[in-house]
Design a protein around this ligand. Structure first.
Ligand code: FAD
Ligand code: NAD
Length: 514
């Protein structure tokens, strides 16, 4: 029979097994594997709480990765969740939005087929069939995240709301459990701006949107970040009249200003009404529609606009309410998120945190990686560190916006004018072949030519940016890609062109020094 390994506290790789310092935190040897452990169900009246090597709170991208990684060290693992495993990513975030976007792109292609010399046709959208197809995509996307599959992987699963009772205990709906380590991976929830009358209008959120049974004739999005832009464009392409209201002076305010202009222009061409530099001050609901009082932040310029169904895409907030973190000795920061060191350990050294609950950049890609790191560091003495700043992020509008590292403004804030910026709006051959407009490639390097950030706007920017992520991760220079043969014609052509241009500039500089 497999036994649970007794693992000493991972302490930055310095803690030696049995060095005495952390003996009280040693994982116990239960003499059985998690796979063989009984399913987590307990009588609340029993005195001793059931003990686990690791309890993971949350079964989203971060929690699942943490639990799976811990199982590789044969730890006895309990995962607690009050929602379906997969949560935001699989059920309401990454997967369904991309399925919706793909359907909307098809509708747009049908409508604009004349650019390929094909007779265009206005698509007939059956929203019921469309949402059914999306549900099908969701269940196909991650079969190994189902309850059955997680249990097969040896992870005990219990449904309910977790609440810490002390530094090494928690309850799930009053049933107590004890842990050697825990990972908090409770994710985030939609932020609801405190706008008078908003709650009465029963607004949708990216989470509740998937219950829609009909295509809204008119849809008003509050927030023009990644969610607002992706969903706004998709619903407009499916046939809704869409308005996006953004309080900052441009859409996608975290991206380069030229990206905001490019995406705004594309959305406007597709019929989306964009209102920037404007906040919603009041919502008045009528039986079938709403009226919004909007204006500038200082409340000047107040005016009323008609709105359809409201979808709030105004950012996220941490899902920590009710966890009783203080009892566990974990203290959220001023924004309510959990701070950790780079090994994802919180102020309680038994407890780690991963995913959206950390704040920063709430991305499924980072949540999964964090989960692995937290699960590893909680159950193994070989510590791994998290480098959030290195992960690429993509806004899946059409065209897509891929970014890695700094924008020009954030690089300038750190490096001043010690920057080299290479920008191109050239239409690559692939864009010409597919009759797509020009995008953008912007590569930012420091004075030594080492890349510190890049932005790509193209129909496949999500793929293209990963090549640059590799360069950034290795502290490389863009010219190093000039020696790597690239397939032609691809959406990466402009990266290769930039690499060759950098290479030839360097050769000229070297020649001129001779
Ligand atoms: C519309 C939308 C589109 C997105 N698109 C992308 C994209 O294209 N690419 C990308 O990388 N990211 C995308 N994201 C972000 C991505 O979905 C999240 O970053 C990711 O899902 C976060 O994972 P998580 O595990 O931290 O949290 P979650 O997936 O939210 O999981 C949290 C889990 O904790 C549980 N929980 C919470 N509190 C408790 C409690 N007290 N007790 C027990 N269980 C609890 C929940 O039930 C859930 O299982 C998108 C997000 C949205 C909203
Ligand atoms: N493709 C992707 O990777 C993807 C897609 C969607 C979401 N996400 C993730 O989810 C997170 C949340 O995305 P999001 O777009 O909901 O949030 P966000 O914080 O990125 O953007 C919200 C926008 O709403 C605006 N806003 C806030 N309150 C407002 C108000 N009262 N009136 C008008 N505008 C208001 C903000 O200025 C901001 O531009 C992102 O940080 C991102 O990491 C990722």
């Amino acid at each position: 029979m497999a036994t649970v390994r007794s693992t000493s506290l991972p302490d930055g790789g310095n803690a030696q097994p049995g060095n005495g310092e952390h003996d009280d935190l040693k994982l116990p040897d239960h003499g059985r594997s998690g796979q063989q452990a009984r399913t987590a169900q307990q009588d609340p009246t029993t005195q001793a709480p059931e003990h686990y090597d690791l309890i993971v709170v949350g079964a989203g991208a971060a929690g699942i990765a943490a639990a799976r990684t811990a199982r590789r060290s044969d730890a006895r693992v309990l995962m607690v969740t009050r929602g379906r495993p997969g949560q935001s990513s699989q059920w309401s975030g990454t997967v369904p939005t991309k399925a919706l976007i793909a359907a909307a792109r098809t509708a747009q292609l049908m409508r604009t087929a004349d650019r390929f010399g094909i007779t265009p046709v206005e698509p007939d959208i059956n929203f019921g069939h469309l949402t059914e197809a999306i549900r099908d995509r969701i269940t196909t996307a991650a079969p190994d995240e189902s309850v059955g599959s997680l249990r097969e992987q040896g992870i005990d699963l219990v449904f309910g709301t977790a609440r810490f009772g002390g530094e090494a205990t928690l309850t799930v709906d009053d049933v107590p459990y004890a842990f050697s380590r825990a990972v908090i991976a409770t994710g985030s929830a939609p932020a609801m701006p405190p706008i008078p009358g908003l709650a009465d209008s029963a607004p949708m959120t990216p989470e509740s949107l998937w219950d829609l049974r009909f295509l809204p004739e008119r849809l008003t999005l509050i927030g023009g970040g990644p969610t607002g832009c992706e969903l706004g464009q998709a619903f407009a392409r499916l046939g809704s009249q869409v308005m996006i209201i953004e309080q900052q002076d441009r859409l996608l305010p975290r991206e380069e200003p030229e990206v905001s202009r490019l995406i705004a222009s594309r959305l406007t061409d597709e019929g989306v009404q964009i209102v920037t530099g404007t906040t919603v001050q009041r919502v008045t609901s009528y039986r079938k529609h709403c009226r919004l009082t909007v204006g500038q932040a200082d409340r000047s310029d107040a005016r009323e606009i008609e709105a359809g169904m409201i979808l709030v895409a105004a950012g996220r907030r941490p899902a920590t309410v009710g966890l009783d973190l203080a009892r566990a000795g974990v203290f959220p920061n001023a924004n309510g998120y959990i701070d950790t060191d780079d090994r994802l350990r919180t102020s309680n050294r038994r407890i780690f945190a991963a995913g959206d609950v950390l704040g920063g950049r709430p991305l499924a890609s980072l949540a999964g990686l964090d989960g692995e790191i937290a699960g590893n560091n909680a159950t193994s003495s070989r510590a791994r560190t998290a480098h959030h700043e290195l992960g690429p992020q993509v806004v899946f509008t059409d065209p897509e916006v891929g970014r890695i590292g700094h924008t020009e403004a954030s690089a300038r804030a750190v490096l001043g004018d010690w920057l080299r910026i290479r920008t191109s709006n050239r239409r690559v051959d692939r864009a010409i072949a597919e009759n797509e407009p020009a995008g953008l490639t912007k590569i930012i390097s420091n004075g030594h030519g080492r890349m510190v950030g890049a932005t790509v706007v193209s129909p496949r920017a999500g793929e293209v940016i990963t090549e640059l992520a590799t360069v950034l991760q290795h502290g490389g220079r863009i010219r190093e890609l000039a020696d790597v043969p690239h397939a032609y014609p691809t959406w990466s052509d402009e990266i290769y062109n930039a690499a060759q241009a950098e290479q030839s500039e360097r050769q000229q500089t070297l020649l001129s020094r001779r």
